[in-house]
Design a protein around this ligand. Structure first.
Ligand code: SF4
Length: 204
């Protein structure tokens, strides 16, 4: 599967547009229950208005809610962005931490967001269990769990650590283009030979 992913998605990367760790953090919080495309439509103006985490930490919650309204769940997201920025300013001198244990202590940051930052900004291995990875891992048969944290640990067992970030980004691309949520295009899929869903549906 990794050979297939490396051949077909050699340049797989995070789809969020960001210039620094703070922007990636805010973009990741906004991407919950929202497409990266929608987030990328909102963030250019947002990052002009709030150029760093210090600016986000001092934002008016109501005003920020309006700024990010189109990404959905804007009340919770505005609260998370402000509280998270405040904590980073107060306890990390305004710099996004690079360790999992520090990241998950931040308000609004779970393991998925932490792994996005670890993998795509700090370039360290991180398994990013988003909606695509959850769906594909289960279909292919890499996990039978539905809890994202359990899925992450199942994947850590079967994917070499050096490939964790690439695996996440490239499998996500495969999910967007071939193994779609409603109707997977199995006849066009290069990993059908190792896929449990395909075997159960078409072979047995
Ligand atoms: S064979 Fe079908 S279900 Fe399996 S990974 Fe490919 S597209 Fe998805």
């Amino acid at each position: 599967m990794l050979r297939f992913l490396k051949k077909n998605y050699p340049d797989a990367k995070c789809h969020l547009v960001f210039k620094n760790a703070g922007e990636l953090l805010v973009g990741s919080i906004l991407s919950a229950q929202c497409t990266d495309k929608r987030v990328n439509m909102v963030t250019p103006g947002l990052f002009r208005k709030y150029p760093d985490l210090d600016a986000f930490s001092q934002a008016s919650e109501e005003e920020l809610q309006n700024d990010i309204r189109s990404t959905g769940f804007y009340k919770n997201k505005a609260k998370a962005i402000i509280n998270c920025s405040r904590q980073i300013v107060q306890t990390h001198a305004g710099k996004v931490p690079c360790e999992m244990e520090d990241l998950v202590r931040l308000p609004g940051v779970g393991r998925k967001t932490a792994n996005v930052i670890i993998g795509n900004y700090f370039r360290k291995p991180g398994i990013i269990v988003d909606t695509h990875i959850m769906r594909l891992s289960r279909r292919i048969g890499l996990t039978c769990n539905s809890d994202p944290v359990k899925i992450e640990f199942d994947l850590r067992e079967c994917i070499p650590e050096k490939d964790w970030t690439f695996f996440s980004n490239s499998l996500g691309d495969h999910g967007r283009t071939i193994c779609k949520a409603r109707k997977p295009l199995c006849s066009e899929c290069g990993i059908s030979g190792i896929c449990l869903y395909f075997k159960q549906l078409y072979v047995s």
